[in-house]
Design a protein around this ligand. Structure first.
Ligand code: NG1
Length: 391
């Protein structure tokens, strides 16, 4: 049974009638521009063909009732219980409930009407793996409340509200990339976003290549602090570099030449973190011309360089990610391989010749298993549309 049929059946069993609507909101994979969204840089994600689905209907009840199929749990909340992060019966919200509740909070802050709903949701996006399962849940519920509320926000506005929910309600200090990709995805296209101006365009994925995602199965918790430490190091670098470059507001404003000239003035660890960001923004800027020209080889080279930089300078890789990338880069048809998302575990992204993709996926899984004992799920994925109402 596919996921839509499954949530529809569970909805019917739980509430006794068929859901009025179903929404699909994808996860995302980032091809280039890692750990730069919060430095006002450029990112190159794509929405993927794995998504979160929500089946829902409006209800006259004073509270919303949500069933999370993946957790086999339910939660209830209303506008009264939202500020204190509790359920209608005063018990604390479960962690998964913070994402839809945070969206409701952000919409209430905007002064938009948020109607009560009965909902059942489930996701194909693996959690904690760098594929933005949380953003897909946020974008799904934002669109669900929009569908019921009679108001319309443009996709980028929904992305910003999802980010606000995640920053201020859930408490994860993420940038805009994930919600943007889940809201604004375009079938068969990569998305190039300027994280400062929020201007974006689509860039072609050359036809003869496939995006392959390989999940190490190693999981991390972003709230554990390493992510925030990296952000703090970038802010400290900006503060120190402002002594020589008073006009800069973010690492985005520092050129590679300026950075090379001033790097010696920074403490070693801050220098490594900032160098990754400055050089990675430069790599992401080169991506558009390479992809427009169909130059997958040089684009793949930038992906490989990105991994080395994330491993050695930003220090967000781990043994399993390095092994996965190492194997991938040695296989036929692989143009580029690197860790994707925040790191510390999760997935790698690989750009592979389409006619080699199946063999690549099999060999990668086998070799990774023999080197680590872990069984990695591997997905050949295609850029998909952003969050949409499908019923
Ligand atoms: P992942 O690992 O996919 O959750 C995180 C951030 C992004 C971005 C990347 C690194 C969250 C929820 N998202 O992505 O905003 O900074 O790391 O490029 O923290």
């Amino acid at each position: 049974m596919n996921l839509i049929d499954r949530i529809t059946a569970i909805y019917q069993k739980t509430f006794g009638y068929v859901p009025a609507h179903i929404i699909r909101a994808p996860g995302r994979v980032n091809l280039l521009g890692e750990h730069v969204d919060y430095n006002d840089g450029f990112v190159l994600p794509a929405a993927i063909d794995r998504a979160t689905y929500v089946a829902f209907s409006p209800t006259d009840a004073p509270h919303s009732m949500l069933v999370a199929v993946d957790f086999d749990q339910q939660a209830t909340f209303s506008s009264d219980s939202i500020p204190t992060k509790v359920q209608a019966d005063s018990l604390p919200l479960p962690e998964w409930g913070l994402y839809p509740a945070g969206v409701m909070w952000a919409l209430m802050e905007e002064g938009l009407p948020v109607l009560s709903m009965n909902a059942v949701f489930a996701s194909e996006v693996p959690r904690g793996s760098g594929l933005s399962s949380s953003a897909s849940v946020e974008m799904a519920f934002l669109l669900a409340w929009q569908t019921l509320g009679g108001w319309t926000l443009p996709p980028m506005q929904r992305a910003l509200l999802g980010q606000k929910a995640e920053n201020r309600y859930v408490g994860v200090n993420c940038g805009i990339m994930d919600q943007f990709a889940s809201a604004c995805g375009v079938e068969d296209r990569l998305l190039l976003l300027d994280c400062r101006s929020l201007a974006w365009k689509t860039v072609p994925l050359p036809e003869h290549v496939a995006i392959v995602i390989a999940d190490t199965t190693v999981r991390r918790k972003l709230t554990s602090g390493e992510y925030n430490k990296r952000r703090a190091a970038c802010e400290e670098a900006v503060r120190l570099l402002q002594q020589d470059l008073p006009h800069i507001q973010a690492l985005r404003d520092v050129s590679v030449e300026e950075f090379n000239r001033l790097a010696g003035k920074l403490p070693a660890e801050i220098e490594r973190r900032a160098r990754h960001v400055v050089e990675e923004i430069e790599r992401a800027k080169q991506a558009e011309a390479l992809l427009e020209a169909g130059d997958v080889r040089n684009f793949g080279r930038l992906m490989n360089e990105c991994h080395v930089s994330l491993r050695d300078l930003y220090e967000v890789s781990c043994l399993e990610l390095d092994v996965m990338v190492d194997i991938a880069q040695s296989l036929e048809g692989c143009y580029g391989a690197r860790l994707t998302g925040a790191g510390f575990g999760g997935c790698t992204v690989n750009l592979v010749a389409r006619d080699c993709a199946d063999a690549f996926a099999r060999r990668l899984a086998d070799d990774f298993h023999s080197r680590t004992g872990l069984q990695p799920p591997i997905y050949i994925t295609f850029p998909s549309n952003g969050a949409e109402l499908i019923k």
